[in-house]
Design a protein. Sequence first.
Length: 120
Amino acid sequence: MESAFEKLTEAVGQAIADGRVGVPSVVRWYVRTKPAKGGAAPTAESMLDAAGAWLGGKPVAVQRFGKDEAQVVLHAKWAAGAAAMLTAASGRGEPANDLIVLGSRGSIYFGRTPEVANGT
């Protein structure tokens, strides 16, 4: 069975392949998962792999911030000038997935972030 993460990455990849955004240049993505073995690090690596598929392969530079268990932030750059800011979090609360891909002729937005009751 395909996960929601896999379905999303495939759908974005297909939209890019179909030329819907032109040349993709920026990815901003936040994913929060329930606590799991390995914490946030495996999710961050999967996000980086997906961004690489969308932005043209392996990045030339990656900066990593955070703690592998709770939250990992990756800032990646590609040789052609593309960039990605990826945040993976693992912990209490509802799972969330918020993605923006910007291209030369359009953008892709996906948001599934639960509302917080009473603004807290």
